[in-house]
Design a protein around this ligand. Structure first.
Ligand code: G1P
Length: 297
């Protein structure tokens, strides 16, 4: 088998973000900030740091702000330069992607994660590729989470970032049935999308980072939509696994925040603030004051 270097990263960003309405009425959920950086920028930086070269965004109506975010902002940059605000200018410039590295495809209808990934088939072609979900934020890791997947399974096709979640949360995630964990990895026997807790094969949840073989596109093509009209990526991966393509779960290091929900955004914001010398004392003091005010009520 020819081993391909993984070069391409797919970012499905067509989702509607209904859990965050009304803020996501006019703002893409991927542009929600964790202090001063939008969620999408964290995963793009993760992919670039891991050496991925071609970025494919599967976008949708109302997501133009994301394209603008990664574009050059000529007037703004000129103004910051003229005013000598060079540190901010460097931060702004860092968002501009190298010319020719980013492609944007419209997913015309919100038909689910599997359909979004399938929309990338022509740009991905016949090579393994990465998928990164912007609402899963992994901070403070030894290396970019997607690089941990690449390191473990480069060239072999399918590997997925996983973590253990509480029993009552398994119905939010893709869940693996797997053999005993060996260090940072486990071998999967099956994968099921959002099972009821009592039916879940484990508490090992998929957390939004995938390295996939291009064979996935054939499996996605054959998937029937669920009752809500979505094509599930998890179900296509399950079919591929049944046909004999191995699937490895990788327990990535670092702290992971489910920023598809409000509690995740709040926790990630606190985590970043507590790591910032200027913000940490304010957070600590505010919590002390608010807490004692609350008790006094
Ligand atoms: C998607 C996947 C699910 C995965 C999750 C990670 O679900 O379908 O398997 O565990 O992302 O965040 P979503 O959160 O888009 O409903």
């Amino acid at each position: 088998m020819t081993l391909h270097k993984v070069r391409k990263a797919v970012f499905p960003i067509g989702g509607l973000g209904t859990r965050f309405l009304p803020v996501t009425k006019a703002l893409p959920k991927e542009m929600l900030p964790v202090i001063d950086k939008p969620l999408i920028q964290f995963v793009v930086e993760e992919a670039l740091e891991a050496g991925l070269e071609e970025l494919i965004f599967i976008t949708g109506r109302g997501k133009e702000a994301i394209e603008n975010h990664f574009d050059t902002a000529f007037e703004l940059e000129r103004m910051l330069y003229d005013r000598g605000k060079l540190r901010v200018l460097a931060d702004v410039k860092q968002c501009s992607l190298e010319p020719g590295c980013a492609s944007y495809i419209r997913q015309q209808e919100p038909k689910g994660l599997g359909h979004a990934v399938w929309c990338a088939r022509h740009l991905v072609g016949n090579e393994p590729f990465a998928v990164l979900l912007a609402d899963e934020l992994i901070l403070g890791a030894k290396m970019p989470a997607i690089a941990e997947l690449l390191q473990t399974c480069e060239g072999e096709g399918n590997s997925i970032a996983v973590t253990e979640v509480p029993y009552e949360h398994v119905s939010r995630y893709g869940i693996l049935a797997h053999a005993a964990r060996q260090g940072m990895i486990c071998t999967a026997h099956d994968i099921v999308e959002k099972p009821k807790p009592e039916e879940a094969p484990s508490q090992t949840a998929v957390i939004g980072r995938y390295i996939l073989s291009p064979r996935i596109f054939g499996y996605l093509e054959q998937q029937k939509p669920t009752s809500s009209g979505e094509i599930q990526l998890t179900n296509a991966i399950a079919c591929m696994l049944k046909d004999g393509t191995p699937l490895t779960g990788v327990y990535v290091s670092g702290r992971r925040f489910d920023c598809g929900a409000r509690d995740g955004i709040v926790a990630a914001t606190l985590f970043r603030a507590l790591q910032d010398a200027a913000l940490a004392p304010i957070v600590r003091e505010s919590i002390k004051v608010f807490d004692s005010n609350e008790r006094a009520l």
